[in-house]
Ligand binder design. Structure first.
Ligand code: GAL
Length: 371
């Protein structure tokens, strides 16, 4: 009897994840690799909830089981599959119909309304990445089901807060400038695409959400053909935009934003724009969320080859670890474009160097490493 207990206890312990193992298959409670990509984590009621892109296995032709997955965990190592929090809607009248693209979903909790709000990058069926919309959904329960509200291009008909008056009028012939020419880059920095998209709304692709210490939430998205980040303030219920938005790092081509506040400063990890292929991460720092942001360089501390590809990852979220003061985890995706479901999770501890966050590679690491 005792022997049996010992054997089953050993088996149980072997089944449990005890270490973070970046780049390896990360089994959930059913033994399947965690299918939550480009995601983020919300800590609520002593539990972590991981939301991400549920990617269909390569062989799966039925696109109706697609959407945003949710997993829960008490220890950040062992995750329970909670199913799809948001799923596509089998109705041709809905923009969220099977075949559309849902990326980089993030969920935040609204204390005033008691509701959970999800935003995601939304591309329309059969249109590639042309639409550049952001979608919003809401739920009374953290694990869902989330009710899809709408998708939109933010801030139609309003200028950014930090947009000088002289940028509001188009330069002569600016729409004919050759892409990537010096004149074009200057025109982009000076608001070429903001003007172009003024009436219809600003583009929104890679995105994250950030709730500031005063409860104000921002939708942070790659806009202006991925050339400039927009920090767009959300309304008090987090379900809409107030129309107040800031351009950040104009013309610097940042994607995959992940923001956190520590040691009195705001830090942002981003990547460059090379699609699924990893490139050097960038760290930017600001004393106010709305800027001015300064890019300080690559936060990776590995070999040159590792730094060039951010240890084979692209940022998605920086997770504050509950109950610890300056403990954060870098969450990134190692994409496998021909089988996105199998993309691997690259989680690394945030370490500090002269007051700035850096990441180093560990083939496996113990959460105790986070002081
Ligand atoms: C990346 C982006 C991903 C996905 C991909 C598609 O740059 O970060 O979220 O959109 O491009 O090529």
């Amino acid at each position: 009897m005792i022997a049996l207990l010992f054997i089953s206890l050993t088996a149980y312990c072997q089944d449990r994840n005890n270490l973070i193992k970046p780049g390896l298959v990360w089994p959930d409670n059913t033994g399947k690799h965690i299918n939550a990509h480009g995601g983020g984590i919300l800590f609520y009621n002593d539990t972590y909830y991981w939301f991400g892109e549920y990617r269909l296995p390569r062989s799966e032709k039925d696109r109706s089981q697609y959407g945003v997955s949710c997993y829960s965990s008490k220890d950040l190592l062992n995750w329970i599959n909670e199913g799809l929090a948001l799923r596509v809607i089998n109705d041709t009248a809905s923009l969220l119909l099977p075949g559309c693209v849902i990326e980089r979903p993030k969920v935040i909790y609204n204390r005033k309304t008691g509701k959970f709000v999800m935003w995601f990058h939304h591309e329309l069926k059969g249109q590639g990445y042309k639409a550049a919309l952001t979608g919003v959904a809401v739920s009374d329960n953290i694990t869902g089901p989330y009710k899809y509200i709408r998708s939109l291009r933010p801030n139609a008909g309003v200028w950014p807060v930090n947009f000088p008056d002289e940028y509001k009028k188009p330069g002569a012939g600016e729409e004919k400038l050759k892409n990537w020419s010096e004149e074009w880059i200057t025109a982009v920095k000076e608001g070429l695409f903001v003007r172009r998209d003024f009436t219809g709304g600003q583009m929104a692709r890679d995105m994250t959400l950030f709730v500031d210490r005063n409860g104000k939430a921002y939708h942070v998205h790659s806009s202006e053909e991925n050339m400039t980040l927009h920090f767009s303030e959300l309304t008090d219920d987090y379900l809409d935009f107030t129309g107040k938005y800031f351009r950040v790092l104009p013309g610097d081509s940042n994607e995959a934003p992940a923001i956190f506040f520590a040691k009195g400063k705001y830090f942002m990890f981003t990547s460059g724009t090379t699609g699924w292929k990893p490139n050097p991460a960038r760290l930017s720092v600001a004393s106010k969320l709305t800027g001015e942001w300064k890019t300080t360089g690559n936060p990776c501390r590995g070999t040159d080859d590792e730094n060039k590809i951010t240890f084979g990852s692209q940022s998605t979220h920086i997770l504050p670890v509950a109950g610890k003061k300056n403990a954060f985890i870098y969450m990134g995706d190692r994409w496998t474009p021909d089988n996105l479901a199998d993309s691997r999770h690259i989680w690394l501890p945030i370490e500090w160097e002269n007051g700035n966050p850096v990441i180093k590679w560990y083939p496996n690491w113990d959460l105790k490493k986070l002081k």
